[in-house]
Design a protein around this ligand. Sequence first.
Ligand SMILES: Cc1cc2nc3c(=O)[nH]c(=O)nc-3n(C[C@H](O)[C@H](O)[C@H](O)COP(=O)(O)O)c2cc1C
Length: 374
Amino acid sequence: MTRRKFLAFTGSAIVIGGAAYYGFSDKNNLVRADEMRDSVTLFPLKPDEKEILTLASLAPSGHNTQPWFVKYVGPYHWIICNDKSRWLPGVDPTQRETILSIGAFLQNLEYAANNLGYNCQFNTLATTNQDENIVDVKLTATTAIIKYDVEQIKQRRTVRSNYLKNVLKKEDSSFLTVEENDFIHYIPNTSKEHVWLNEQTIEANRIQTYRDDAQKELADWIRFSSEDAALHLDGLTLAGMEIEGVPGWYLRNFYGKSDVMKKSFREQSIDKVVKEVSHASAGWLIITSRDNSVTTLLETGKRLQRIWLKVRVKNIAIHPMTQIIEEAKTNQILNTSIGIQDPIQFILRAGYVKNYPNPVSLRRSVETFVIAIA
Ligand SMILES: Cc1cc2nc3c(=O)[nH]c(=O)nc-3n(C[C@H](O)[C@H](O)[C@H](O)COP(=O)(O)O)c2cc1C
C-alpha cells in the first residue's frame, strides 16, 4: 500500500512526500512531513512566497542537512544564506558540497517562482564557501515566462536500490546532457572507467567508514527513531537510506548514535555499498565544472538539480556517491584514472528502475528556516 499526502498551500500546513507502508506501527520517519508547528511566524509570508521556498527546500543535500536559511528582506526579496551549524566538516571540510546543495536549492526556487509567474533576479554576494550571505534574490511578477511543472520537484528523490543493468539509451543520455554537454559525462557500465569507479567507491567508503570524525558526523545525522526524525525533520532516516522491512524496524527501535561507531555497523555499511555498486546500474554520470569558485559551485549545484529533475520521466534513478571526491587517497587519482581534466564535482550512480519509489526524505518547515532581518 502506498501513502501520499499533498496538502494544499492554502492551508497553514504542507506535507510533501510519500512512503511505502511497512506494516509496522512505528512509521513516522518514513513520511516526509513538513508539519506545521505551533511556532510563531515572525512575519506574514505570502502564500506564493511560502510555496516557492517550500519547493526550494526539497533540494538534495549531503546527509540531508539542508544547509540553508533565508533572511527575509521584504516581500519577494530574500537573501539565501549558508547555515554554519549544518556544515559537515568531517566529509566536506571546505564546504564545497554545502554550496553545491545551496545551488540545487536555488534551481528549485527559480523553477517554483517561474511556475507562479515570477522572474528571479539573482545577485551572488558570497566570495568564499564560508560566507553567510550567499545570494540575494528578488522576484518580479511577469506574464512572459515559461511555467515549470513543479510535480517534478515534488517527485525527485535519491534512489539507492533496484537498479537495472541496461545502459542508457542514446536518446536518454542525449536528453540528460542536452545544453550541458561540456559538464556532464556519461560513463557506461561497459567501460573500464566504470569498473575503476565501482572499485574506488568501495575503497573510499571503506576509508571513510573507518575515519572516526566522519563516522561520528554521520551518526549525528542519522535519525534512527521516529521521534528523532519528527523532532529534527532533517538528516538520514532509515526509509531514506532504503533500510526497510524487519531490518528497518529493528534499527528504528533498538539502534542509536553509539551503534554507528561499532565495527558491525561499519562493516554492514560497507557491505551495502558493495551491493549497490556491484549489483547493477547503467553506469556513472560525472558532473564537472570549470573551476571551484562560489559562483561556479552554485551554477554546478543548479546543473545537478536540472538534470535530476529530468530523470524521473525516463525512469532513470540517481544516487550521488561522493566518497571518492571526499577521501584524499582516491581523489588525487580520480581525474587521471577516468581521463577527465576539469574539476569533478559530482559522481552519480545512474540507472533505470522498474518501479520508481516516492520521495520520503524529511524537510524542515519554511517557518523554521526563514528569519526576519532587523
Ligand atoms: C552534495 C551532495 C552529496 C551527496 N552525497 C551522497 C552520498 O555520498 N551518498 C548518498 O547515499 N547520498 C548522497 N547524497 C544524497 C543525499 O543524501 C540526499 O539528497 C538527501 O538525503 C535528501 O534525500 P532526497 O535526495 O531523496 O531528497 C548527496 C547529495 C548532495 C546534494
